[in-house]
Ligand binder design. Structure first.
Ligand SMILES: *[C@@H]1O[C@H](CO)[C@@H](O)[C@H](O)[C@H]1NC(C)=O
Length: 458
């Protein structure tokens, strides 16, 4: 199951890369694909609507009793992306080649569950095909590019310090937006990343005093812990960005082996403006190498200090964004990932990633069928000659593995009563260790979670 899922992914990645290599972009392309939102929809006269052709679906035990089409994949596009944009049409058209591979993989291994391709243009090709149900408010917010498996596969490990202004001027809606921005940044991080969160007024304060001067692994526990503390932040006094930046640079400069990821280092500055003379801190800590990128998020309507905040990002290889409302947060935060994904894209590392265990809420709406899953994913790059040196990420291919399947490979009778299983995620092997600690016997959700977290961290 585990090693072979890598083989299946590699096939998908190779096929997508070849399909792109031989596809020439056609700006006027017309192509009628199966849109998962629109399939099986007729107009008043009984004709299929555009992108909504007949798509046979059949209830399937293996896919949580959902109605699926195992002969074809179909396409989901988030509401804020135009479903006939030339980028979407060309991408969907060229990735039709994945259909045969999906089917072939599933025939070879009927234990496989969902297989998919998330495109950097925003569409999501899912096999087997399903009818997509919109969110309760009628829109489709699901954007494959925001999913943990996509982000983890598309970027290399990162060290991130989040620096948030909690001075008096941030009160009210600004602080609400700032907190949401921090949570969204935290959601882009995974176990391979390291993080800390600093709040500042005229003095600097670690939101978790125990993590003073260091970086911690951005695993689920730490991320949730930060979120709770960030939620309690109160505003007060004057803001002095210089001291906070100094502290952030110090942490990143002092990171030594074993503490951070050392690949991508960035500071995320969240503020409604910076006025004092802060240039010297960059001179002292970051120039001329600019090893640390600084991304700035200007919060609120007031643009008085936007030039200053822009200047900080531009002079430190970062990216400036202005966040005015809560609805702006998600898209603006994602921008930083495009900047950080480039170094790895150029190296063309096809690193496979395994996500942390998570509840599959996407395809299971019935609580009794909630399963802990891990997603296995691999980035897909353009092989076109003209883009090779820039490194273009086409998207990410992935497949979901229910943890119950992993556990079945290490049954207790094989491990012994004090046996312990390790999942080595870079090659998908399970190892057993004797006499370390007893394995949890009951297969309930909490024990599954404990079991997997313990195993993966080793
Ligand atoms: C581009 O697509 C249009 C519509 O599908 C087609 O008529 C045209 O021949 C295509 N152009 C090229 C260069 O393939």
């Amino acid at each position: 199951l585990l090693t072979t899922s890598h083989v299946y992914l590699q096939r998908l990645a190779d096929t997508a890369e070849d399909a792109d290599l031989y596809h020439e972009f056609n700006a006027t392309l017309q192509f009628d694909y199966y849109n998962a939102m629109l399939i099986n929809t007729m107009d008043d006269e009984g004709n299929s609507i555009d992108l909504g052709g007949e798509f046979p679906l059949e209830e399937n035990e293996h896919f949580n009793k959902l109605s699926v089409n195992t002969l074809q994949s179909d396409i989901q596009v988030p509401t804020n992306v135009y479903n006939k944009d030339p980028d979407i049409l060309n991408g969907v058209y060229m990735s039709e080649a994945l259909n045969d591979v999906f089917i072939n993989n599933f025939q070879k291994d009927p234990t496989l569950t969902w297989q998919y391709f998330g495109s950097s243009t925003g569409f999501f090709r899912l096999y087997p095909g399903i009818k997509w149900t919109p969110d309760p408010n009628g829109v489709v917010a699901f954007d494959c590019r925001n999913r943990n498996w996509y982000i983890q596969a598309a970027t290399s490990p990162k060290d991130i310090i989040i620096v948030v202004d909690v001075s008096g001027s941030m009160k009210g809606l600004k602080m609400t937006i700032a907190k949401h921005t921090i949570n969204t940044i935290l959601d882009t991080l995974g176990e391979n990343d390291f993080v800390n969160v600093i709040a500042y007024t005229d003095y600097v304060r670690y939101v978790e005093p125990c993590f003073k001067g260091t970086l911690v692994q951005a695993d689920l526990d730490n991320r949730e812990h930060f979120k709770l503390l960030v939620n309690e932040l109160q505003v007060k006094g004057e803001g002095e960005v210089k001291k906070a930046m100094k502290e952030a640079f110090k942490i990143l400069n002092e990171v030594t082996n074993g503490q951070g990821s050392l690949c991508n280092q960035a500071i995320m500055l969240i503020t409604d403006g910076a006025m004092e003379d802060f240039q010297t801190v960059f001179e002292e800590f970051n120039w001329p190498e600019k090893k640390v990128r600084v991304f700035t998020y200007l919060i609120g309507r007031d643009m008085t200090f936007s030039d200053n905040v822009k200047w900080i990002a531009c002079n430190n290889k970062g990216y400036y964004t202005h966040i005015n409302t809560l609805a702006d947060v998600q898209e603006n935060v994602m921008e930083y990932l495009h900047v950080l994904s480039r170094p790895m894209v150029i190296n063309h590392d096809h690193d496979i990633i395994w996500t942390e265990a998570y509840m599959d809420t996407l395809f299971n709406t019935m609580a009794h069928s909630l399963l802990l899953m891990t997603s296995v994913a691999m980035p897909v790059f353009s092989k076109k000659k003209e883009t090779l040196s820039h490194g273009i990420l086409l998207g990410v291919v992935g497949t979901d593995v229910p943890l119950i399947e992993v556990m079945m490979l290490a049954p207790i009778y094989k491990l012994g009563s004090h046996g312990y299983a390790f999942l080595i995620t870079n090659n998908g092997y399970i190892l057993a260790h004797p006499d370390l600690r007893p394995l949890v016997r009951a297969i309930d959700l909490s024990s599954l979670e404990t079991y997997f977290n313990l195993g993966e961290k080793q």
